[in-house]
Design a binder for this molecule. Structure first.
Ligand code: NZQ
Ligand code: ZN
Length: 388
């Protein structure tokens, strides 16, 4: 196992009827900005409930944070924070709203062009660069990204999606009430299952370092998602299935399974380009890339693939090659069983577009990806060809 530091200060308030806890954790004298998305939280009445709980606090609203939140939208909220002296924010939404709120938090007291904050990528933004931040809590409406319990955000700007990470960007608290997610369209639930699955794989499917706890938690999350994935889509109000999805998604990206292990975020990096270029949903982009990546990188990941085959899919018969092939096949089949297509061409993206994707990866510096930084643009090209 590698050396590691682990830090996660986010309070999780999980379960039914927990919304009232907002009153407990938002300072009573705060001037609050509620941030939300395109309208689902308004329509469901959630925003009204939140406002009622906030009681006499001074409350402002900022709606319209779109999926894959755009820098241009978020800077409008930064203006509100500055002009109204907002000192607490409450993000009510999925990953996009929470990520957007993290960016608003970091940018509001930044002295300079806030586009600078998009330049750090996976290198965490140092505290002294950001200075003061606006603290915030979240009410999660879509289980997928883990943003409710991590310090990362993904912000869209021009033709790119940029990772923004800073230890000051952890939510103070997150309300995880699975019943709030019951209104989700089936496709968003499927996207969420896949996002959580792929986050787990990216911290697990590398090479063995004898990290037994991390491996077994990761395998537990993967098996849970396989067990409840179809049910939570077909039975949206099945509380137990949804509760297990919500906690799986949070656990997949709150830092725990990534401690002390190698990580390979290639699927996300290529997936982000597919979303930015062709508007493919985040979860769908991952369902396209991951199976193709496993096929292309089979030799490099052989030891972990075998462990995955045996422990996650319980494949105990056949040769090593057969086990590994079947595990990859089952992974693709699982994504498809959720109603998500796993080939690029099924989204109208054909071979002629591959050079465009490769060019964007190059522009964004994604030329040495993977757990050992040996994944060049040539290999990304092979993965995309495999994904057609
Ligand atoms: O905008 P509204 O009207 O609210 O509709 C949203 C949106 O259209 C809808 N929705 C959310 N909760 C709902 C609901 N509809 C009905 N009922 C509810 N309860 O769902 C749509 C998608 O929402 P979005 O927030 O975009 O989805 P998701 O949570 O999958 O977030 C995706 C974003 O997160 C980033 C992605 O890149 C993408 O920009 N990621 C963030 C990460 C992080 N911070 O750690 C890691 C992830 O890998 C990911 O990259
Ligand atoms: Zn993701």
């Amino acid at each position: 196992m590698f050396n590691f530091d682990f830090y996660n200060p986010t309070r999780i308030v999980f379960g039914k009827d927990r919304l009232d806890n907002i009153d407990k954790y938002v300072p009573t004298d705060a001037t609050v900005l509620i941030t939300f998305g395109g309208g689902s939280a308004k329509k469901s009445g959630l925003i009204d409930k939140v406002k009622t709980i906030l009681g006499n606090r001074k409350v402002y609203e900022f709606g319209g944070i779109e999926a894959n939140p755009h820098y241009e939208t978020l800077v409008k909220a930064v203006e509100i924070v500055r002009s109204k002296n907002i000192d607490f924010m409450l993000a009510v939404g999925g990953g996009s709203v929470i990520d957007g709120t993290k960016f608003i938090s970091l940018a509001s007291h930044y002295n300079g062009d806030s586009r600078d904050l998009l330049k750090y990528g996976f290198t965490r933004i140092p505290f002294n660069i950001v200075g003061k931040v606006v603290p915030f809590g979240t009410v999660l409406t879509l289980p997928a990204t883990g943003s409710e319990m991590n310090n990362g955000a993904v912000i869209s700007y021009e033709h790119g999606k940029f990772a923004v990470m800073c230890e000051l960007a952890f939510p103070k608290f997150s309300i995880l009430d699975p019943t709030i997610t019951f209104t989700l369209p089936k496709i968003q639930v499927a996207n969420g299952v896949i996002d959580a699955f792929v986050h787990t794989m990216e911290q697990y499917m590398t090479f063995p370092v004898d990290a037994k706890v991390q491996d077994r938690i990761a395998e537990g999350i993967l098996q849970t998602l396989i067990e409840i994935g179809k049910t939570t889509i077909s039975e949206p109000k099945n509380y137990d299935a949804r509760a297990n999805l919500v906690w799986s998604a949070t656990m997949a990206l709150n830092g725990i399974i990534g401690t002390g292990v190698p990580q390979d975020w290639t699927t996300h990096m290529i997936g982000h380009e597919l979303t930015a270029l062709f508007g493919i949903d985040h979860g769908q982009s991952l369902a396209i890339v991951l199976p193709a990546l496993l096929e292309v990188r089979l030799e490099k990941k052989r030891a972990k693939l075998l462990q995955y085959a045996e422990r996650v899919w319980h494949i105990n018969k056949g040769s090593e090659d057969e086990k590994v092939d079947l595990a990859i096949h089952k992974t693709r089949e699982f994504f498809e069983s959720l109603g998500v297509k796993t080939h690029l061409s099924m989204y109208g993206v054909n071979a002629d577009k591959i050079p465009v994707v490769i060019e964007q990866l190059k522009v964004h510096g994604m030329t040495a990806l993977s757990e050992t930084q040996d994944l060049t643009l040539d290999i990304s090209q092979k993965i995309l060809e495999q994904a057609l």
